[in-house]
Design a protein around this ligand. Structure first.
Ligand code: SF4
Length: 486
């Protein structure tokens, strides 16, 4: 999972690209980068958090009113500085791209890029492969002069790319002398939203409008952008040097956005695919509560505690629905990163204890119901249960807003292998024993889908939920057909 942004503005783009990265920091803490251009490209990248990479000295050096940015959370490729995005090539024009997602036919495309097109790959990142496919197709398509001609060429190029590249990809790109380009894979698996802002002084843009495209709209309000919905699945958008916007939906397939964005990844204030993340999490808690009352009509906990902080919203509506007090019985230290996206098992285990501190007054002698957003490997959940036991809980019930995660993700979320996923090959009863709880209840898949799609003027056909049901939406293939490709 990563965060991307692309900006066309009447003022220098870099400060706002930095602000975008900060607002998307939860989507990837491994590395970050910004590239802009005026007459030539300017870049600054590094490992770690945005606030440690970008400074008041290096941001002004990123000149130009068009640029792209990236927060990295690796799902393909290594952890080194060379893998940090945006990635770029000088032929043709000078192109840089930032990518959120993961491609599933990487090996096949590497063959094409290196053997047929004789291009050199500097990294093992799938983003670099997308860059070279895009650059090669653009190079083959003549020398368009006007923006209209260039957009026609882009339509050809991205249509070909859609046929070649399988998997999930939301892309922001800059092309020196030409402008900003964005597109989203035909299934719309990873999010990409768009915003607009009226220019203050109409310079240098002749269009009168600034544009932003980003993984989430979480930064729009603070930067004065108005939300204009989504980049559609299979849509290409081009903003030329003068701020003129061209767009076309090149292919129309089923719309299958990732359901796990709503469960865990996206910030609660984001609106993705015309569905509010916060509201969807409230509905997840509500549906869980309906299921609890049906399944355990005679069991009422004394308090409902979220495993902070993604589960706070679902726990709140769950508690409200069953009429039990909501309690922040686990205090979270906000200065420690998200455990799920930390690379090593040991780091993850260690950080749970540092991150969460139980509040004895809320727990001792009580029947405690813990709501978590999901159970991935089970380590964090087990650790939380152990801590709540240590602090004197009489009974512990554990409910997950997400159904059992049984299959890995090949579309840009680093869900581990089936062996590492606790629900990959274990029954709910044995997971209950491993966690050491009195009751374990998971959300049903249908209830989760209902929670995400119940309300909103959205056009979601079926969300991707391959990690839950093993149905991989790209080309309708099943898990066993995909596992050898990655
Ligand atoms: Fe999202 Fe799961 Fe689909 Fe991956 S497999 S895109 S995590 S729903």
């Amino acid at each position: 999972m990563c965060g991307i942004a692309g900006i066309y503005s009447h003022k220098p783009a870099a400060p706002e690209l930095y602000e975008s990265i900060v607002h998307l920091q939860h989507r990837g803490t491994d590395a970050a980068g910004i590239m802009t251009y005026d007459k030539r490209m300017h870049k600054e990248k590094g490992l770690g958090l945005a606030r440690d990479i970008f400074t008041k000295d290096n941001i002004p050096l990123l000149t130009g009113n068009i640029g792209i940015s990236h927060n990295r959370y690796p799902t393909h490729g290594g952890f080194g500085h060379g893998e940090v995005q945006p990635v770029w090539t000088s032929v043709p024009y000078g192109i840089a791209i930032a990518h959120n997602g993961q491609i599933t036919n990487y090996d096949e495309l590497v063959e094409e890029v290196t053997k047929t097109e004789k291009r050199y790959l500097n990294t093992t990142s799938d983003t670099e492969v997308i860059l070279h496919i895009f650059a090669e197709e653009l190079n083959k398509n003549g020398n368009p002069q006007t923006s209209e001609e260039f957009f026609d060429v882009l339509c050809e190029v991205v249509s070909t790319l859609f046929k070649k590249v399988r998997g999930a990809y939301s892309i922001t790109a800059l092309i020196v002398g030409k402008g900003l380009v964005v597109f989203r894979d035909p299934r719309g698996i990873r999010p990409l939203v768009r915003g607009e802002r009226v220019n203050e002084n109409k310079w240098p843009s002749k269009g009168g409008t600034d544009y932003i495209f980003a993984s989430e709209n979480t930064m729009f309000y603070s930067m004065g952008y108005e939300s204009k919905g989504n980049v559609l699945p299979g849509e290409l958008i081009y903003v030329d040097n003068d701020g003129k916007l061209f767009s076309k939906r090149l292919v129309k397939e089923e719309f299958n956005p990732c359901i796990f964005e709503y469960v865990y990844f996206a910030r609660p204030d984001a609106i993705l695919n015309d569905v509010g993340v916060y509201r969807s999490r409230l509905r997840m808690g509500q549906n869980l509560a309906y299921a609890w009352k049906k399944k355990y009509p005679d069991i009422t906990p004394d308090i409902v505690i979220p495993a902070p902080s993604t589960a706070n919203t679902s726990a709140l509506s769950f508690a409200h629905e069953i009429g039990v007090r909501y309690s922040e019985g686990l205090y979270k230290n906000h200065f420690i990163g998200r455990t799920f996206i930390m690379p090593g098992q040991e780091e993850r285990k260690r950080s749970v204890k540092h991150k969460l501190v139980p509040q004895e007054t809320e727990i001792r002698g009580k029947k405690v119901l813990i709501v978590d957003d999901s159970i991935v490997r089970g380590n964090t959940s087990r650790e939380i249960v152990r801590m709540v036991k240590d602090f004197g809980a009489k009974e512990i019930y554990f409910v997950s807003a997400c159904p059992p995660l049984k299959f890995p993700c090949y579309y840009g979320v680093s869900l581990p292998t089936r062996e590492e996923l606790i629900a990959g090959n274990k029954s709910v009863d044995s997971i209950k024993e491993i966690l050491g709880v009195d009751i374990l209840m998971y959300q049903e898949i249908d209830d989760l889908v209902e929670a995400v799609t119940r309300i909103g003027d959205h056009h979601i056909d079926t969300p991707c939920m391959a990690c839950l049901d093993g149905h991989y939406v790209v080309n309708g293939r099943k898990v066993h057909e995909l596992v050898h490709e990655d």
